[in-house]
Design a binder for this molecule. Sequence first.
Ligand SMILES: Cc1cc2nc3c(=O)[nH]c(=O)nc-3n(C[C@H](O)[C@H](O)[C@H](O)COP(=O)(O)OP(=O)(O)OC[C@H]3O[C@@H](n4cnc5c(N)ncnc54)[C@H](O)[C@@H]3O)c2cc1C
Length: 398
Amino acid sequence: MKVNSKPVIAIAGAGIGGLTTAACLLKRGFPVRIYEQSRVLAEVGAGIQSSANAVKVLYDLGLRDELDKFAVRPKRFEFLRYNTAELMHSIPLAQVHEQRNGAPYFHLHRADLHELLAKTVLGMDPDCITLGAQATGFEESAGGVTLHLADGGRPKADVLVGADGIRSAIRTQILGAVPVRYTGDVAWRAVIPVERLPQGIMDTVSAVWCGPKKHAVMYYLRSGRVLNFVGLVEHDQPEGESWTQKRPWEDLKADFEGWHPTIQIVIDAIDRDGCYRYALNDRTPVGGWSTQRVTLLGDAAHPTLPYLASGAAMAIEDAAVFARCMDSYDSIEEALRVYQDSRVERTARVVRESAGNRDLYRIEDEQEMRRAFEAMNMSKTRSEWLYSYDPLTVPLGV
Ligand SMILES: Cc1cc2nc3c(=O)[nH]c(=O)nc-3n(C[C@H](O)[C@H](O)[C@H](O)COP(=O)(O)OP(=O)(O)OC[C@H]3O[C@@H](n4cnc5c(N)ncnc54)[C@H](O)[C@@H]3O)c2cc1C
């Protein structure tokens, strides 16, 4: 027997994970309230790659036409040697990706995707999002869950979802105060208007430049009007860095000294005041994210390094599977358990394989790198297990 009236669901965090969850739940008729710590609803100016497994969810939310207004459809992944631009490996995307996996592969601007999701949520319920609401913990009982907010607010709900990112307060209460681990990498990010670059400097691809101790990723955003640059560099542990911390352009330039002229042209075109750098942290994958009424989602549950470009895709998948579970099970506790069982193994694999790519992209010897790429046959394997997954139809609980 299904629950008669739909339970009220509170979500901590209005990132891509929290907003997608709210949209999936609202679409199914659940009352939802999001509590976001920021006073402004926004995302940083950077790119995000979204493969078919995530795009299926966005399409199911009715966002196909809106996405088409700004999404870039890359032709392929190209893995290039850092100093010679020699092609080490490629993975076809475009039509091949869509035919194999049931939806396109997109390059999106984070702010555009975030804004679209927020608009979708607010279109279904204009009062859904409370800003300036920092979650600090919760209290749960047989009768419900109370979210604790830093300003003393105590909103009540039937279910609480912690979608509050890698340093989640909800996670801390469920799994204990385990500090994040610095991975040894910092990530530079910058976006460059294409008119500053020589025409045709790069084809419409996702270019991963691979070199010793660092790699760089470049792709177009906003219908090709902007180039996204990310530089992942081994570095002593930096202090107090956030996603919005600026660093001197000269440091970025020095980090990629000796790299291919294409990389130099791109770095030279970056605003001197437009270089952001932050520390990449991670956590060991674990289960046990759910209590009787509270669960975790996205980076709060399974923070994922960007080396498979799939962290947000996992949050989007979580959202769809969570909403299906809430709709399919008699008891809240059972729904949360089945949601967790559905997601633990897959997300742990993505976390592990993302981390593994760090080593692959940095193999010092060129021939060894080429052999490693060939042995992995990523074109086949990524479609088989990663991109073809359908969170809207996958059997629940397995
Ligand atoms: C350099 C880089 C490149 C990446 N590229 C890709 C990519 O191409 N493709 C991809 O799929 N993934 C990518 N990722 C991963 C992706 O960015 C994350 O996995 C994704 O943003 C996680 O979304 P989330 O909503 O779970 O968490 P977050 O984006 O961290 O959102 C959490 C939200 O919760 C709020 N919050 C935090 N604490 C509280 C609190 N206590 N109370 C209330 N609100 C709170 C925050 O303000 C924020 O709005 C990349 C990551 C990095 C670092």
